[in-house]
Design a protein around this ligand. Sequence first.
Ligand code: GSH
Length: 215
Amino acid sequence: MSAQVHIVGPQFSTFVRSVQLVCEEKGISYRYGFKPDGEEIEFKSPSHLALHPFGKIPALLHNGQVIFETAPICRYLDAAFEGPALQPEDLLARAHVDQWCAALSSYVDQALVRNYLLEFAFPKGEDGSIRMDKVAAHQPAVIEMLTLLEQQLAGKEYFCGAQYSIADAILTPMLDYLSGLPHAAELMTATPELAAWTQRMQARDSGKQVLITRR
Ligand SMILES: N[C@@H](CCC(=O)N[C@@H](CS)C(=O)NCC(=O)O)C(=O)O
């Protein structure tokens, strides 16, 4: 049987993984990659830009329709499919999840992924070495961001409250990668609740399916 949706993008992308986590949590069958119809979509090519006008990933294909941007994709999946609700019913609680989805996808992603983790994943130093000066320059902002996330989490089971939400799915891949760094314990000494939350997210069935550092 063919999958219900296709996620355009590579599996190592944190944002692709967030969409995968939502599919896993809701029991939606999916495929991912750059060949939704067998034909390769080249990154930034006209066929890519036709799916995502800003040339990013992921984009979602469902029933011949396209949606781009991770948080809206996740909200759409939550509304369009059966399975556990990943957004609160209450208007204010839902706005809180939305505000965090926006902040995680922008400020937090910039500090943790773009400025820091990508230096380890795709080193740009001489002979492919990690630029330790860049790492050192960005590390204080990483620790500051983790402290801010720890404050939001304070005493909660999930990132926005008592139930798993889209915000958990958006943050999990970032913290999973961070927790795989050799010096992760040093980065997270002051954020024990966040470290424990990361382990809980990795231990969920969805985490086991999607997060490669666990395998
Ligand atoms: N705001 C977008 C960000 C997407 C994004 O930055 N994706 C990264 C991969 S994780 C990407 O496309 N990077 C390639 C590039 O910027 O050229 C979202 O939430 O989906």
